[in-house]
Design a protein. Structure first.
Length: 320
């Protein structure tokens, strides 16, 4: 019995040591050192310029990204979608959240696998500490593992939702600036480039999307394809509508400024209607906090003195 108690008491420390050892081994195996070609190029550059170049240290995020890229083929392959349909669906989901690198799906699968392993270790430890080696302990470990597997999905969904909201709120300002630039005589490509420069600080997401469109136009893609991809890769209905309007204006030769102005007014009206809807729901949402937290306090303040006075008057009569 004593040995069992000692084992259970030492189990959290053993789990911590195991997790630390695994993280240390992964970091030692997958974090790459500086490439020899990069070192030689830096040396040649410093010789040409006549001064040594400062060494730029990697940030923590860059180091973790490199470690995940090295570990991805070994860890994330098991959870990566097997067919093209599911892979395309996952890539579109990551694209709406802003993750569009070539190995984004593999990195996401790697993160899910790592979260699953960590959740299994933590869930197993918690289950053994609470219930021992029983079926309830295994169920606890399995439940925590499922939660750990779903955490990356939830985080990506929240990031995508926040990004769509930023695009929706900033798109009317971008359309107004596009209208001003187009009516001033600029072409659509130059107007989008101007919007990128002006909205870099206030609406960086929209500026990034328009800059991506300009880069693809410079690479030779047609304007219709670029605008269609602008709406598809973000998953925002307003961007899809804007893309279709601009494609139609480009195809039929109608006024781009008038169409953009109409679309901007419609978006502002819709944004105002959404704000009014949220304001109308405020009274209903405040009902539950009022009933649960504020009304009991008011009840105690109002009825408390009268109740105390009634008790003081009734006690002598009851004692007689």
């Amino acid at each position: 019995m004593l040995e069992k108690i000692d084992f259970i008491a030492l189990l959290p420390y053993a789990l911590f040591a195991a997790c630390s050892g695994v993280c240390w081994i992964l970091g030692d195996l997958f974090v790459t050192k500086k490439n020899r070609a990069e070192t030689r190029l830096a040396k040649i550059r410093s010789q040409i310029l006549g001064a040594p170049q400062p060494v730029v240290k990697e940030t923590t995020v860059e180091g973790l990204t490199k470690m995940l890229e090295r570990a991805a083929p070994q860890v994330g392959t098991s959870l990566q979608p097997k067919n093209e349909k599911e892979l395309s669906k996952l890539a579109h989901k990551l694209s709406t959240a802003g993750f569009r690198s070539d190995n984004a799906t593999l990195l996401f699968s790697t993160i899910k696998a790592l979260c699953l392993m960590v959740a299994l270790v933590l869930g197993g430890g918690i289950g053994i500490l609470r219930s021992g080696y029983t079926s309830s302990g295994m169920i606890t470990a399995l439940g925590i593992a499922i939660v750990g597997l779903m955490i990356p999905e939830l985080i990506v969904s929240l990031i995508a939702k926040k990004r769509k909201e930023k695009i929706f709120l900033g798109l009317p300002d971008a359309l107004d600036m596009l209208v001003v630039c187009v009516e001033a005589g600029l072409g659509l490509d130059q107007a989008m480039r101007k919007v990128c420069d002006e909205l870099e600080d206030s609406h960086p997401v929209i500026a990034l999307e328009f800059r991506t469109c300009n880069q693809r136009l410079q690479m030779g893609q047609s304007r219709a394809e670029v605008l269609d991809e602008l709406g598809e890769r973000n998953g925002v209905d307003d961007l899809k509508t804007l893309a279709s309007i601009m494609v139609q204006c480009d195809r039929f030769g109608t006024s781009v400024g008038t169409a953009l102005r109409t679309q901007s007014d419609m978006m502002r009206t819709r944004r105002r209607q959404i704000a009014e809807e949220k304001a109308a729901k405020t009274a209903v949402k405040l009902l539950f906090p009022l009933v649960l937290f504020i009304f009991p306090g008011i009840f105690v303040v109002l009825v408390g003195p009268a109740a105390i006075q009634m008790i003081d008057e009734m006690l002598p009569a009851m004692q007689k």
